[in-house]
Design a protein around this ligand. Structure first.
Ligand code: PGA
Length: 253
């Protein structure tokens, strides 16, 4: 663990109605009240963002969307802009999650526009990068990470880098129960920091929070968090129960 403030983010993906969200958030607030030394982020679906944000008023828990469009407005049926998100109090946005890259044709070209569009609107991007099973076996993990980082962050300056969060999410570990070992996760996160130092400056790269994501649970968060370049976790399945998520927050501090 480093001097950087830890971040524990819970990605609900396409789960929970507004009434489910109310029950969850009420329980979570009670469980995480007063916990210091960790930044907590909830990433509900679009339909729950306003409600969750209203319930979290007066707490330090941040609210993140799971995607956004890079244009401010216009004829983009089904899309949501950064301005629409800030309008309802959203502070962060997950960009480039592998499920969006895989199922919704999200590419590095659009991410290169989304990252600066989010920053310009005052929203902090949580940029996800990671390799597939085949890419790891072929020895091309670093090439993939380097390509995603350089292309997706092409539109931002060194000064803006410190304000983003990067999540290393190996695709083979997402929703599979197959967590990366702390050593594998650390190696990849250290490589990400080194790449950012080369593309921007070592000082800016040293400030970036790098999260690990992929089958994080209360039982494996501690061993991941002791690693030097892992500053937190992006949690999917295990965040859907408030008590499990609160335990991850506890161990992730
Ligand atoms: P998981 O998902 O924790 O269910 O593996 C992580 C993610 O997709 O961010």
């Amino acid at each position: 663990m480093s001097q950087r403030t830890s971040v524990i983010a819970g990605n609900w993906k396409m789960n929970k109605t507004t009434s489910d969200a109310r029950i969850y958030v009420e329980e979570l607030i009670g469980l995480v009240a007063g916990k210091e030394g960790v930044e907590i982020i909830l990433c509900p679906p679009f339909t729950c963002l306003a409600e969750v944000n209203a319930m979290l008023e007066g707490t330090d828990v941040r609210v993140s969307a799971q995607n956004m469009h890079f244009e401010e407005l216009g004829a983009y049926t089904g899309e949501i802009s950064a301005g629409m998100l800030t309008d309802i109090g959203v502070t962060d946005v997950i960009l480039g999650h592998s499920e969006r890259r895989e199922h919704f044709c999200e590419d590095d070209e659009s991410l290169a526009k989304k990252v600066p569009a989010a920053i310009d609107a005052g929203i902090r991007p949580i940029l996800c990068v990671g390799e597939s099973d085949e890419e790891r076996e072929a020895g091309s993990t670093e090439t993939k990470l380097e390509r995603q980082l350089t292309q997706d962050l092409a539109g931002i300056s060194g000064g803006q880098l410190a304000g983003i969060i990067v999540a290393y999410e190996p695709i083979w570990a997402i929703g599979t129960g197959k967590t990366a070992t702390p050593q594998i996760a650390q190696e990849a996160c250290a490589f990400i920091r080194k790449t950012l130092a080369g593309e921007f400056t070592p000082a800016a790269a040293a400030q970036v929070r790098i999260l690990y994501g992929g089958s994080v649970k209360p039982g494996n968060i501690t061993e991941l968090m002791v690693e030097e370049d892992i500053d937190g976790a992006l949690v999917g399945g295990a965040c859907l129960t408030a008590s499990d998520f609160a335990r991850i927050v506890d161990f992730g501090r």
